[in-house]
Design a protein around this ligand. Structure first.
Ligand SMILES: NC(=O)c1ccc[n+]([C@@H]2O[C@H](COP(=O)([O-])OP(=O)(O)OC[C@H]3O[C@@H](n4cnc5c(N)ncnc54)[C@H](O)[C@@H]3O)[C@@H](O)[C@H]2O)c1
Length: 277
């Protein structure tokens, strides 16, 4: 059987672990050449090594997506290596929770930077290689020569709100509006843009706070994870009664990036085990 992403080039941000790493592995298995990014260069290199050991093609471009100049560097690295871009997955992210009355401006802004501004800059930076190239192909031969799409990662915290996550919710709902706008602007060029909103996926982001994980943002170590009691109630809030594995989450992203979704655009796919229905 033909792999679903044969001959396609995909960029995946935040791919050193969790949902992004699972997506990179799955896309590579489906024949894509993957360009993976993360703040965490050493762990990212491990993902690339593993993909290559399994016969795939992968390139690591470490760096922070919130650095203003970085999105253009990442896109350029992909073009220099593979000459084209078919799929962009805006996945990099983290949480920095606080109740509204205790939330600092820095916490608020950090979530808008990583969940809204960085994906916007990535999309703007990829425009010459998706939008302009598709437009030229349509002028030359009446139709785009290649499939092209963007998948943005959202969250049920954005769709429904979540205690302690006003900043994260703002970013994760904002990206739904950005997604629909790209779908409308670039749809006539055959470029699709969808969001995938996750509920509870078992990753570093949602592991027990007691494990003490953190992410280094500039000078600050931002604590990650959620209280053990919240993990238990979060799991039972969905009809399926358990968190998704990173691989199940990645399958939702593949679905939206694959030819199976060739007529789906501007959509937010909820991969939640039925939470919120
Ligand atoms: N885990 C969940 O339950 C859940 C639910 C809804 C949405 N999400 C979203 O899914 C995406 C992936 O999260 P995950 O659960 O796999 O978390 P994770 O912590 O396992 O992986 C996220 C990766 O993104 C990287 N990253 C963070 N900020 C970055 C930056 N500025 N530049 C480059 N890389 C950066 C981290 O280093 C990390 O490797 C995030 O956007 C998250 O908000 C996760």
């Amino acid at each position: 059987m033909k792999a679903m992403l044969d001959n396609q080039v995909a960029i995946i941000t935040g791919a050193a672990r969790g949902i992004g790493a699972a997506t990179a592995r799955l896309f590579a298995q489906e024949g894509a050449q993957v360009v993976v990014n993360d703040l965490d260069a050493a762990t990212l290199a491990g993902v690339v090594d593993e993909i290559k050991a399994n016969g795939g093609v992968a390139l690591a471009v470490p760096g922070g997506v919130t650095e203003a100049a970085f999105p253009e560097q990442l896109i350029k690295a992909a073009i220099d290596a593979f000459g084209k871009i078919n799929i962009l997955v805006n996945n990099a992210g983290y949480t920095w929770d606080a109740m509204i009355h205790k939330m600092t401006d820095e916490q608020w802004q950090a979530m808008l930077d990583v969940h809204a501004t960085a994906p916007f800059r990535m999309i703007r930076a990829v425009a010459p290689y998706m939008r302009d190239v598709a437009k030229a192909e349509i002028q030359e031969q009446g139709a785009p020569r290649e499939p092209r799409c963007i998948v943005n990662i959202s969250s049920t915290s954005g769709l429904h709100g979540n205690i302690g996550q006003a900043n994260y919710a703002m970013g994760k709902l904002g990206i739904v509006g950005l997604t629909k706008t790209v779908a409308k602007e670039w749809g006539p060029l055959g470029i699709r843009c969808n969001a995938v909103a996750f509920g509870f996926v078992d990753t570093r982001l949602t592991q027990s706070k007691a494990q003490g994980a953190s992410i280094q943002i500039g000078e600050k170590a931002v604590a990650l994870g959620i209280p053990e009691a919240t993990r238990e109630t979060a799991a039972t809030r969905s009809p399926l009664g358990r968190p998704a594995t990173p691989e199940e989450a990645a399958s939702g992203i593949l679905l939206m990036a694959s030819p199976l979704a060739s007529y789906i655009t501007g959509h937010t796919l909820e991969v939640t085990g039925g939470a919120g229905i």
